[in-house]
Design a protein around this ligand. Sequence first.
Ligand code: ADP
Ligand code: MG
Length: 263
Amino acid sequence: MVRSVSAAPLRRCAMPGTPSTVAAAPIVSANDVRKSFVHMGRTLEVLRGIDLNIFEGEIVGIVGQSGAGKSTFLHCVGTLDVPTSGSLKIAGEEVTSMSGARLAALRNRSIGFVFQFHHLLPEFNAIENVMMPGLIQGISRGPLETRARALLDEVGLKERFLHRPGELSGGEQQRVALARALVLDPKLILADEPTGNLDSKTSQQIHELFFQINQQRGTTLIIVTHNMALAQSMPRMVTLKDGRVEKDERRENGEPAPEAAAP
Ligand code: ADP
Ligand code: MG
């Protein structure tokens, strides 16, 4: 049986070998988040009151029909867009009242993005693509390159450091995008349909990589997906419908928890 989520979960500390169970702080706290677009003179209410807390170290799948508002919500969480009303706190900071410069600083410091289409720069090789967010931040090349190599190794691309995107498979390109998302060591990674463009075997490998990053680094991951097998393998799955949270389900170890284990 799955159970609805209401309060802060008790979870194992992300530090390997630490047996204690701790109450995590919310890294995303959305209260009555609304977003409207004015399109050809008509107001379109896309997010219609989202209430959701996501806690540090969680891995959460977001599902829902096309047009439900998944990408819009993810863009708001990623500070790429701003809600029309409501409260949205990222890492404890209220983003609805922040200036563009402070939003950008928060985004650079705390958030990594992985999109369906990886948006790698075609004229740069894998190492350079991974280094790019750090170069933009003015981090010196030497340490950044060391870090990019280590991250590419971590995502299984040790043999592809110098390949350009056009010389990599779709799955490999998405691994580079994931290494790039990790380069500034964000607390939160947001992925929008990251495997929407990949075959099922490659998707499965990318999913395993998400779990590996979550477990080894304690990074919080929010993954919008159409892939129900992936969503159902996650410990928490949130369903959006018509701009609201329709369901919020938690599973033990990504599998439906036995009834006896429910509180
Ligand atoms: P999902 O990711 O769940 O498929 P989206 O969040 O992309 O849905 O879009 C939800 C709705 O909002 C869609 O009907 C879409 O057309 C509309 N929408 C999204 N972005 C804009 C925009 N910038 N201007 C006008 N309408 C938009
Ligand atoms: Mg979308």
